[in-house]
Design a binder for this molecule. Structure first.
Ligand SMILES: *Cc1c(COP(=O)(O)O)cnc(C)c1O
Length: 395
């Protein structure tokens, strides 16, 4: 029997997923659940999305044969260039899909949470495009740490609301966004930024990101006459770029699916975000998944040098891929990622986001064969991380 890799009727991937939400959120989530597949399936929806992905986002993104990197690792490495999307990462694939859905649900207002600000920027961008009112919740600490992205959101016309409770970071911003949604159920859509949250979010976001693997298949076929690589490698924060890169390969057991988590200063350092190594099953942001928690179930503050991987949980799809052993996950330290980021810059002329650099660092962890075809999802560009790179290397 095949292991089930997609969600069942109730929104579970194996033992993970579901919708663990307060009663007051039920109508909002139910409205979405009843409508998302129907709307996504409509021709006018697909036509509008496809055109905007092409002309506004810049898709299809290239699948680039990284000659120098391939030579160094003595194998065949292709980079899926999500860094070339408008706004610099894969996140816009999802925000664009969700805002078109929100319009068809007659919503006038959009809310979002953001940690590093990347999802906030991608949301503010599509709100400007569609003329929708945009409110982004962001931890007070993150607002201070991520000033350029706060400025971008404001330039795009979004309201940035500081979350001042708890640790004043991403999970507190998420709580504030949920509270806002409970109080404004009829006119507001909540755009979640990864394959996390209550069903149907993980499945909906995965579908919007699935364009990545759809293109990989076509592009590999054009280049090599075969649709499937031997490996697909992606970094995993909540898991949306990985979900998109894996999506159309989930049922092809010959394609090895590799995720890279952030180990921070090391998995046993107390300063890590390696959820699958350190976590246990629990409920986080409305879904049953694997998360880092204390003995009595309090969420542990994660650490990673990359703000986008600094999340204490992982989407339910990846928890299932891990548990069912369909996916292999590696924990990459800050140092390993920073080295991989510098290497790509120096030998391929591409400065990757530090999140993405975690996926590149997997090249040092596996013994590939010369003829292996490897696709690495280059989730984002490193412009936003230059200060971190510079401070780290002391250039
Ligand atoms: C946000 C972000 C990530 C992590 O999010 P996922 O949902 O795990 O993809 C990875 N890379 C970049 C460039 C990001 O901006």
């Amino acid at each position: 029997m095949m292991t089930q890799t997609n969600i069942n009727q109730k929104g579970y991937y194996g033992n993970f997923g579901g919708a663990y939400i307060p009663e007051m959120l039920y109508p909002n989530v139910e409205e979405l659940k009843q409508n998302y597949l129907k709307i996504i399936g409509q021709k006018d929806f697909q036509d509008e999305l496809t055109l905007l992905l092409k002309d506004f986002v810049g898709r299809p993104t290239p699948l680039y044969f990284a000659h120098n990197l391939s030579e160094k690792y003595n194998t065949q490495i292709y980079l899926k260039r999500e860094d070339l999307n408008h706004t610099g990462a894969h996140k816009i694939n999802n925000t664009l899909g969700q805002i078109l859905l929100a319009k068809r649900l007659n919503k006038q207002k959009i809310i979002a949470e953001t940690g590093a600000g990347q999802h906030g920027v991608a949301t503010a961008t599509v709100c400007a495009l569609m003329g929708m009112e945009c409110t982004v919740y962001m931890g007070e600490v993150d607002i201070e740490r991520q000033k350029p992205n706060v400025a971008r959101m404001k330039m795009l016309g979004a309201k940035v609301v500081p979350a001042t409770s708890g640790s004043k970071t991403l999970k507190d911003a998420t709580n504030e966004a949920m509270r806002h949604w409970i109080n404004n159920p009829t006119d507001t859509h909540y755009i979640i930024g990864s394959v996390v949250g209550p069903h149907p979010y993980p499945d909906m976001v995965a579908r919007f990101q699935a364009i990545i693997s759809e293109e990989i298949k076509k592009q590999l076929f054009e280049k090599l006459g075969r649709e499937n690589p031997d490996y697909v490698i992606a970094c995993v924060g909540g898991g949306s770029n990985a979900a998109g890169a894996f999506y159309h390969f989930l049922e092809d057991k010959n394609v090895k699916l590799i995720g890279a988590e952030a180990a921070g200063l090391g998995v046993s350092s107390g300063k890590s975000a390696a959820t699958l190594v350190l976590g246990k099953t629990g409920i986080l942001h409305g879904s049953k998944t694997i998360l880092m928690q204390t003995e009595d179930g309090q969420v542990v503050e994660p650490h990673s040098i990359s703000a986008g991987l600094d999340y204490p949980g992982i989407g339910p799809m990846h928890a299932h891929l891990f548990e069912s052993k369909r996916g292999d996950f590696y924990a990459i330290t800050d140092d390993e990622a920073m080295q991989a980021g510098l290497l790509l810059s120096r030998i391929e002329g591409i400065i990757p986001a530090i999140e993405t650099a975690h996926a590149l660092a997997v090249l040092d962890k596996i013994n590939f064969k010369k003829e292996d075809i490897i696709v690495i999802n280059l989730s984002g560009r490193g412009d936003k991380d230059l200060e971190t790179y510079i401070n780290y290397y002391g250039f």
